[in-house]
Design a protein around this ligand. Structure first.
Ligand SMILES: *[C@@H]1O[C@H](CO)[C@@H](O)[C@H](O)[C@H]1NC(C)=O
Ligand SMILES: *[C@@H]1O[C@H](CO)[C@@H](O)[C@H](O)[C@H]1NC(C)=O
Ligand SMILES: *[C@@H]1O[C@H](CO)[C@@H](O)[C@H](O)[C@H]1NC(C)=O
Ligand SMILES: *[C@@H]1O[C@H](CO)[C@@H](O)[C@H](O)[C@H]1NC(C)=O
Length: 273
């Protein structure tokens, strides 16, 4: 009896020790950058079985994907979400022979092994794609950690991101946009305008437009959320209800959206528009 309860205690203790921490997630995103730079997925702490790898919502063999190509990375940003044991990384590869902007979400298990890697991989012909422009602007933005006193809750950060996506289907939804607010959509940028004209306001889309399949990574320290999603309407070669893989990285400062980065995949060049 006593032996059993001791075992139980030990099992409980090891579970606590194995909890997800920011520093373990930072190790995972650093390893991801090294893996993508060298084209060697084996540099990642991958789960030994049942690894799910996909690009643009298509499951594939990790050894056949972009992660198995050495890519020169010019710039990167990551979010770390200990509550979900998840990470997000944005890679800007403008000087690579084949330019890319890649958004990647990774999920880790309780042994801190990666079980899921999914990426939105954009390149020439995708929505507003221009890796040179993306690099030029992202480098100038300030995404410093938010001081504890000014940090927003997960709910506020997620709510701001959701409102931004929801307004596309309903223009009467109030989005907490800051002034200035810069949107980097592919390589096109609102942030070079004057601070007062620098806004992330959107024209209304034809209704109804429902952005579904949302998958979140939230980082309160950075005030940021990334939302992987399916974006309808854009791809002209398909019916309006058809969704293309998309990801929106959103930085919130004191409750207001400060930066938005969008990457969206097109099936036909420039989504036929
Ligand atoms: C394998 O992955 C699937 C989908 O993520 C999950 O439902 C299942 O429980 C996993 N199986 C094992 C043995 O881990
Ligand atoms: C990725 O970003 C980190 C944090 O800004 C930086 O220290 C590192 O040099 C970057 N790595 C590459 C390959 O750009
Ligand atoms: C891409 O962005 C760069 C830097 O902003 C700009 O000089 C270039 O003209 C853009 N290319 C296209 C095709 O728009
Ligand atoms: C649009 O948003 C407004 C404000 O949140 C809400 O009152 C209204 O019910 C929404 N309309 C639809 C069709 O969802």
């Amino acid at each position: 009896m006593r032996y059993e309860s001791l075992l139980f205690l030990c099992a409980g203790a090891s579970r606590v020790l194995a909890a997800c921490t920011r520093s373990l997630l930072e190790d995972a995103t650093s390893a991801y950058i090294r893996a993508q730079s060298s084209g060697q997925p084996s540099l990642l702490p991958l789960a030994s079985s049942n690894l799910s790898y996909s690009e643009n919502d298509t499951p594939m063999d990790i050894s056949k994907g972009v992660l198995s190509q050495a890519v020169t990375i010019d710039f990167n940003r990551s979010l770390h979400d200990a509550a979900q044991c998840a990470t997000f990384t944005e890679i800007t590869a403008a000087t690579n022979k084949h330019p890319y902007v890649i958004h990647t979400r990774m999920l880790l298990d309780s042994d801190n092994k990666i079980t899921t890697i999914e990426s939105v991989v954009t390149d020439d012909g995708d929505w507003a794609f221009n890796a040179t422009g993306q690099l030029q602007w992202t480098k100038q933005e300030k995404w410093d950690p938010i001081s504890e006193a000014k940090r927003d809750s997960r709910a506020v950060i997620k709510g701001a991101g959701d409102a931004y996506l929801d307004q596309w289907g309903n223009s009467s939804i109030q989005v907490p946009l800051g002034t200035p607010c810069a949107r980097l959509e592919g390589g096109s940028y609102t942030g070079q305008r004057s601070p007062t004209a620098n806004t992330c306001k959107m024209p209304a889309f034809p209704n109804p437009l429902k952005v579904g399949n949302r998958r979140y990574v939230i980082d309160e320290e950075l005030g940021a959320v990334d939302i992987f999603n399916g974006f309808p309407f854009l791809e002209k070669s398909k019916p309006a209800s058809y969704s293309v893989p998309s990801s929106n990285l959103i930085r919130v400062e004191e409750g207001k959206i400060r930066y938005i980065h969008e990457v969206t995949v097109c099936l036909t060049p420039h989504c036929g528009r």
